[in-house]
Design a protein around this ligand. Sequence first.
Ligand code: GLN
Length: 204
Amino acid sequence: SLTVGVLSIQGDVQENVLSAKSAIDELGLDGNVVDVRTPEEISQLDGLIIPGGESTTIGHLSLVNGSQKVMKEKIQSGMPVLGICAGMIMLSNTAKDRIVGKTDQPLLDILDIKLERNSFGRQKESFESNISMDSINIPKFNGVFIRAPSVSDVGSDVEVLSKFNERIVAVKKGNVIGTAFHPELTKDTALHKYFINLVNTSKN
Ligand code: GLN
């Protein structure tokens, strides 16, 4: 049975718990989804979702309670992770804010990407648009962008999954997926299903 966690420090946790549960059900797999915040809870997981929210808050609090260290170790040893918006920022190795410039925030330093926070502007510039992730067989997906980051460049080991207006909005490196948009805020569970399949494959 799969145990999938949603990091529950700050951000939209419940929406991801529900999407991941639906994905497990739709795939006919056996598993449960739990919200996690302590190092002990995280160490039990087969897969982790880092939700959207405020990356500075998630970064500082996860550093203080020791969960950042365990997340990094687990991810580096192959646990699949889906980082959404602030979660993708957490996975990055550099994060510059379009509005306030360079920020000194704790990051997991997993993905070699050049990332810009709040890349599309402030809250009121949030938007939805169709995007495609052809290489993982999701040709059409409703991208919900809320104070979203974007990626301008990726290291040679990072695959670009999707672009919107010339900007990279989804990336993958092995067991690690990052999206600038929020798949948990749409009814379409395609991306969560893709992630759950990754978790299932890496466990077997
Ligand atoms: N702008 C937020 C940040 O930089 C991310 C927003 C989101 O997760 N929806 O952390």
